[in-house]
Write a protein that binds this ligand. Structure first.
Ligand code: C5P
Length: 430
């Protein structure tokens, strides 16, 4: 990495006890090459995987391993060390460490620093795929995200234990990019101070919630659809990877914002519609990945609706929400993003319905998946899809076999960027 993207930045790197700890040496090196100062803190278990001496040699600073070390505390006390970092990175973060952090334990130096630091905090989980999928780890990951942690990875692939799946730590280069993103958590406003040629990708993600009363809501989940937001967030990460400026308009989800993305949180379809139309004229690519609730209550009650013992049914009047992506695609040419891409979830005739939707909503591209297949689509980590896009001659398509959403997201963003005017369209038309 030649560019000094982290010049003068101070990175506190926590290393916990996973096989991926050996990659912390490369992370340290890449951070240093990017101009950062690095101080490493290891858990006791991490020392079984990589020696402090290696990380000391690469960081050029003493490595701290113990909270109760009078000599080290006499140099830079743990609170001072916590304040020193501009960013706190934990790579690898084991399931055990995530559990401790989620519950506020401070029984060693690293966990204590995590509690004492006000800096942006980034975690790179690494563990066996079953451990990652376990409800306890997923709960802990969600808690950390709610607490403001950023998360990079884990990636899918082969694991040291012989399993295959999500749980591999992200590659060191991706982690360093995420650190850079973390330090630029508030990116410049759209159109300001962006290097010439940077593409702006605006993505809607997650579900929307339509208030029925102050405590209850209606969502697309109730009517037909479940959305975790994973695909939209994977698209944001992929667009960042490909050098774009990314704005993520997100409904309520328990997912970490990909470091570097500008996130705008919304609840209802009306709010998402307002933000989408505000940002669309500045976008090069607009991707509608949100599962927008098709209807909202015609009137949200001011007070909590009361259950009455003698009434077995409740009648609600619903009115249709605006079709966000159709309204973005229908903007006058000067304000319409050059590429508008939508999603379609179908259970049969996927390609035919997708073609209809491409035309009906005046989109440039559509990603259609078959949600009837087990283990694919809503809420899962994998997806298979048909990609359809417009060509001067009509339309073209390609099938993407089952694969991690992160991988499919990369393909979707590449295809969408390739549709931009002035970019060669290198794809094959079947
Ligand atoms: O019509 P349907 O909901 O199947 O279309 C799905 C596509 O349209 C997705 O891209 C979704 O984000 C978008 N959509 C929208 N606003 C709505 C409904 C769907 O942007 N009200």
């Amino acid at each position: 990495m030649a560019a000094l993207t982290l010049s003068g930045k101070r990175v506190l790197l926590g290393v916990s006890a996973g096989v991926a700890a050996y990659k912390s040496a490369l992370i340290t090196r890449l951070l240093k090459q990017a101009g950062a100062e690095v101080r490493v803190v290891m858990t006791a278990g991490a020392e079984a995987f990589i020696t402090p001496l290696t990380l000391q040699a690469l960081s050029g600073e003493p490595v701290r391993t113990s909270l109760l070390d009078p000599d080290a505390e006499a140099g830079m006390g743990h609170i001072e060390l916590a304040r020193w970092g501009d960013v706190l990175l934990i790579a690898p973060a084991t399931a055990d460490l995530m559990a401790k952090l989620a519950h506020g334990f401070a029984d060693d130096l690293l966990t204590t620093l995590c509690l004492a630091s006000d800096a942006p905090r980034l975690i790179a989980p690494a563990m066996n795929q079953a451990m990652w999928r376990s409800p306890a780890t997923q709960r802990n990951a969600a808690t950390l995200i709610e607490d403001g942690w950023q998360q990079v990875g884990p990636d899918a692939g082969d694991q040291a234990c012989g399993d295959t799946g999500f749980g591999r730590m992200s590659e060191p280069e991706a982690i360093v990019t995420a650190v850079e993103g973390c330090l630029a958590l508030t990116p410049p406003a759209a159109g300001v101070d962006r290097p010439a040629g940077t593409r702006h990708v605006v993505i809607t993600a997650g579900p929307t919630r339509e208030a029925l009363d102050p405590v209850r809501y209606l969502s697309k989940h109730v009517l037909s659809n479940r959305s975790s937001g994973k695909m939209g967030f994977a698209l944001a990460a992929a667009a960042l990877e490909q050098g774009a400026h990314v704005t993520l308009i997100s409904g309520p989800v328990a997912l970490a914002t990909p470091p570097g993305a500008q996130r705008i949180d919304v609840a209802s379809a009306a709010e998402m519609h307002r933000e989408a139309l505000r940002l669309a004229p500045e976008a090069d690519v607009f991707v509608g990945c949100a599962a927008v609730s098709d209807y909202r209550a015609a009137e949200a009650a001011e007070h909590k609706l009361k259950k009455t013992a003698d009434e077995a049914t409740l009648t609600l009047t619903l009115e249709k929400n605006p079709d966000i992506i159709a309204d973005v695609a229908g903007l006058e040419p000067a304000r319409r993003p050059p590429v508008v891409a939508g999603f379609a979830a179908e259970t049969r005739d996927v390609r035919r319905y997708a073609e209809d939707k491409l035309a009906r909503k005046a989109l440039d591209m559509i990603v259609a998946n078959d949600v009837s297949a087990a283990g694919l689509g809503f809420g899962s980590d994998d997806n298979a899809a048909w990609l359809l896009w417009r060509t001067p001659e009509g339309s073209a398509s390609e099938h993407q076999p089952p694969q991690p959403k992160t991988q499919l997201a990369r393909t979707v963003i590449q295809r969408a960027l390739a549709l931009l005017p002035g970019r060669p369209d290198t794809r094959e038309t079947p």
